[in-house]
Design a protein around this ligand. Sequence first.
Ligand SMILES: *[C@@H]1O[C@H](CO)[C@@H](O)[C@H](O)[C@H]1NC(C)=O
Ligand SMILES: *[C@@H]1O[C@H](CO)[C@@H](O)[C@H](O)[C@H]1NC(C)=O
Ligand SMILES: *[C@@H]1O[C@H](CO)[C@@H](O)[C@H](O)[C@H]1NC(C)=O
Ligand SMILES: *[C@@H]1O[C@H](CO)[C@@H](O)[C@H](O)[C@H]1NC(C)=O
Ligand SMILES: *[C@@H]1O[C@H](CO)[C@@H](O)[C@H](O)[C@H]1NC(C)=O
Ligand SMILES: *[C@@H]1O[C@H](CO)[C@@H](O)[C@H](O)[C@H]1NC(C)=O
Ligand SMILES: *[C@@H]1O[C@H](CO)[C@@H](O)[C@H](O)[C@H]1NC(C)=O
Ligand SMILES: *[C@@H]1O[C@H](CO)[C@@H](O)[C@H](O)[C@H]1NC(C)=O
Ligand SMILES: *[C@@H]1O[C@H](CO)[C@@H](O)[C@H](O)[C@H]1NC(C)=O
Ligand SMILES: *[C@@H]1O[C@H](CO)[C@@H](O)[C@H](O)[C@H]1NC(C)=O
Ligand SMILES: *[C@@H]1O[C@H](CO)[C@@H](O)[C@H](O)[C@H]1NC(C)=O
Ligand SMILES: *[C@@H]1O[C@H](CO)[C@@H](O)[C@H](O)[C@H]1NC(C)=O
Length: 830
Amino acid sequence: MITSIFTYFLLLFLVHLFSNGFISLQASEFVSYSTNFTTCWEIERNALLKFKEGLQDPSGRLSSWVGNYCCTWSGVGCDRQTGHVTKLDLGMPPISFKINDPKAFDFPSLQGTISPSLLDLKYLYYLDLSWNNFEQTPIPNFIGSFTKLEHLDLSYAYFSGLVPPHLGNLSNLRYLDLSSQNLDQDTLVSDLSWIHGLSSLELLRLKMANLSFASTSWLQAINKLPSLMELDLSFCGLHEIPTSLPILNFSSIQIIHLSLNHFNSPLPGWLFNISSLVELDLSSNGFTGQITPSVQNLNNMRDLVLHENDLSGPLPISIGNLSSLETLFLSSNQLNGTIPKTIGQLKKLIMLALSSNNWGGVVSRIHFLHLNNMKVFLLSSIKEKSLVFDVGYDWIPPFSLNLIFIKNCQMNSKFPIWLQTQKELKIVELIEVGISGYVPDWFWKLSPQMETLSLHNNKLCGELPRSLQFHPHSLVDLSFNLFEGPVPLFSGVNMLSLKNNSLSGPIPANFVNAMLHLAFMDLSENYFNGSIPSSINKLEKLQVLLLENNELSGKIPSMNRLNKLWTLDLSNNNLFGNIPCSLCSQSPLIHLKLNGNNFYGKLSSLRNCTNLGTLGLANNQFHGGIPRWIGETLSCLSILQLRGNMFRGKIPKSLCSLPLLHVMDLGQNNFSGSIPPCLGNLSSLYQSKNDTSVFAAVATDAVATNVITIATTVATIVTGGKEGVVAAAIAFEGLMPLIDEMRDMEFNVKGQTLEFVKIIDLVNLIDLSSNNLEGEIPEEIMKLSALGTLNLSRNQLTGNIPEKIGDLQLLETLDLSVNHLSAMRCAVST
Ligand SMILES: *[C@@H]1O[C@H](CO)[C@@H](O)[C@H](O)[C@H]1NC(C)=O
Ligand SMILES: *[C@@H]1O[C@H](CO)[C@@H](O)[C@H](O)[C@H]1NC(C)=O
Ligand SMILES: *[C@@H]1O[C@H](CO)[C@@H](O)[C@H](O)[C@H]1NC(C)=O
Ligand SMILES: *[C@@H]1O[C@H](CO)[C@@H](O)[C@H](O)[C@H]1NC(C)=O
Ligand SMILES: *[C@@H]1O[C@H](CO)[C@@H](O)[C@H](O)[C@H]1NC(C)=O
Ligand SMILES: *[C@@H]1O[C@H](CO)[C@@H](O)[C@H](O)[C@H]1NC(C)=O
Ligand SMILES: *[C@@H]1O[C@H](CO)[C@@H](O)[C@H](O)[C@H]1NC(C)=O
Ligand SMILES: *[C@@H]1O[C@H](CO)[C@@H](O)[C@H](O)[C@H]1NC(C)=O
Ligand SMILES: *[C@@H]1O[C@H](CO)[C@@H](O)[C@H](O)[C@H]1NC(C)=O
Ligand SMILES: *[C@@H]1O[C@H](CO)[C@@H](O)[C@H](O)[C@H]1NC(C)=O
Ligand SMILES: *[C@@H]1O[C@H](CO)[C@@H](O)[C@H](O)[C@H]1NC(C)=O
Ligand SMILES: *[C@@H]1O[C@H](CO)[C@@H](O)[C@H](O)[C@H]1NC(C)=O
């Protein structure tokens, strides 16, 4: 579930950002052919000038639009014989794919509205206004009057509203792209009834246009287009597709993209009967049923993209007959049985993605027999220990991979030596595959080209190389192994997890210098000792710092330069001293966990941490009262752990006004007075768990940057210009272990570019045990119908156990022991 939501948003993001770019690059192979006309038709020149007047052109793209020779103006093309303007190409695709560069999409667009003066260009056959900004205005009706138009590209140009049916008059149109980039703003909405008039249409792209009220008729409309070669209705809100289509008019269709709709129906068999098909993308649609290609009909199939559906049953043996296949993308379905050996016959295969299915059986050398061209390979089974990957120790594979992802699959061997033949690896993820022993030196030598390395959850041991250079912005996850020795210095790394190994010794000051780009650093669950180096303050990109469960000592150094830090976990070390005031002076700290140390002093240094959602101070040496401002200023607080300190005084009423508080652990202190009845106002404890399931938007630039790096890599590997990008997005499953680490973090960071949605399993708890609380148990607490744990034991409480305690329907643990409570009186009726 998490994976699929994650992937969904990732796809959203990628679809949004760059799969389209490839198309536009193709579409814009516009050659500005100059003509020998020294003048142009005045009426047309005036039309163009009027059109220019309606536009803002901050970057001067139309600066050549002066003087008489309109045929030489940039973006204008004229007929050689007649001198009439026939072509207007003002599309502006992104020039580069430096996705990491936030300015990559800051290309100079024209802005404004389209003047009807253009209608004077009566000979126009080519109109491209893509990637400009028409400010959410509707596509003008008069576009339907360019009767000679053959090529119309209005994609990604911020049009919104109804697509005018007048476009159906463009009977000469061969190319129509109205793809939209508006994800949640005003979308371009259309039914397709107007489309039947476009009898010459060869290409139709309406990606991300809202066709949600087109029901099944969309297909009937499109089936009237006998010349159609390419159809892209991805992400259009479609929800119905007929299971059979008696007459197939698509005799020449080569490309069908219907990903990211909501069909939730059996896979339509007729799609697999179209012999001309070269690319079929049905990903992320909830399709059910089995894959049963009539495969003799699919000789031309090059890309078969079916990931993120609910397809079940086995993969047919006949898959091996799809001899043109380059991409086979079946990840994230329910496919079961053994993977057919015939896959090894697919000589042209470049990408084979079989991850996240219910596979069983053995994958052996035969599966790869003729896969000489394979660059990307993903394999995993959802079922525990059901799949064995056994290619033998001395295998020399026929391919040279860029990406290998194998997860939850039994390799049960030493580090696979056959990887030594793979000289072009950029992404290596061998997660939970049961490999053990040392990582050989030749493998570490690949680090400079490595963008992602995950060996998470294996039994690898030995010392890590002291220092390695990785590819810039890379992700390295060696968590849950048996590595020992000192902390390694991995430069270039953006995200590093060494969690749960047997690494030891101090974290040296120069660690920081080697790894200045770290955004995510997890050294938790090791045996690191010594103090946290003060140089940590130089890691200005750091967002997440996890050092819990080590043997670190000393004080928390200044972190006043870490202005992106939102998670800091130093729990269960031997740290001491005050919480430094600087902690929140710059950073938007959301999770602060200092449990299980020897911290003491006042909490006032946290006063500026107004974004705190988690505050874990349990099992330290704090004393004094809980300051009132905690309830008044930390309004995002959802987890408050103060157990095992020497706090005293009354429980302040202000805590009752924290709307998100659902874990309140004040046990083992010296609180006195009575239990505030206003605890019954803790709103997140009286809504049902179902209602409060928090869909937390989780975003970190670190993750985003890495995702994007991988995306770019995979894109370059897979694409060759086609839309493998969306397809390749699934490769990010490898990031899941790291993202899972953030599982119990819930927060909502605004203004980030990429959102990961996670469902947080909420624990609902009030623990006031082992204090000096007296008085009665307030009746009001019985309103907290979502409470899972209530522990009031070991206090001085008196009176009766409230009768309404039975109202706490979700209560799993109740402890009222060691108090002075009377048994509940039975209601006696006479
Ligand atoms: C027309 O222009 C092209 C290049 O712009 C030139 O090569 C060609 O000689 C010209 N033809 C005439 C007839 O001027
Ligand atoms: C163009 O299409 C519109 C709407 O479909 C229609 O009302 C109009 O008559 C058509 N115009 C011409 C010239 O065919
Ligand atoms: C699509 O359009 C319909 C009809 O205008 C509207 O009800 C629906 O909310 C739109 N969907 C999206 C995702 O914008
Ligand atoms: C097939 O295409 C032709 C020509 O456009 C059209 O007349 C016919 O109705 C179409 N058939 C179906 C079933 O839509
Ligand atoms: C596929 O085509 C064959 C004949 O070409 C036909 O018998 C069969 O019913 C078709 N299957 C589907 C699902 O349309
Ligand atoms: C499919 O391939 C198998 C060999 O793997 C072959 O025996 C069979 O004839 C092929 N079927 C078709 C329809 O080409
Ligand atoms: C595969 O799943 C189907 C249900 O979708 C089940 O009937 C079948 O027994 C499973 N096969 C194997 C080999 O697990
Ligand atoms: C690693 O995890 C295991 C299982 O959760 C745990 O028993 C072990 O103590 C952890 N290792 C360290 C060094 O914390
Ligand atoms: C850290 O642990 C090592 C043993 O692993 C020990 O020799 C060293 O003295 C410790 N250093 C500190 C500062 O505790
Ligand atoms: C909190 O912020 C205010 C103003 O930004 C500053 O004057 C004060 O010193 C800060 N307090 C702490 C404890 O950091
Ligand atoms: C707890 O607080 C009471 C006063 O409320 C005090 O008398 C007692 O000594 C405190 N106990 C401890 C262990 O600090
Ligand atoms: C949660 O609410 C939905 C409807 O809002 C309901 O269908 C579902 O059964 C509920 N789940 C639980 C666990 O109560």
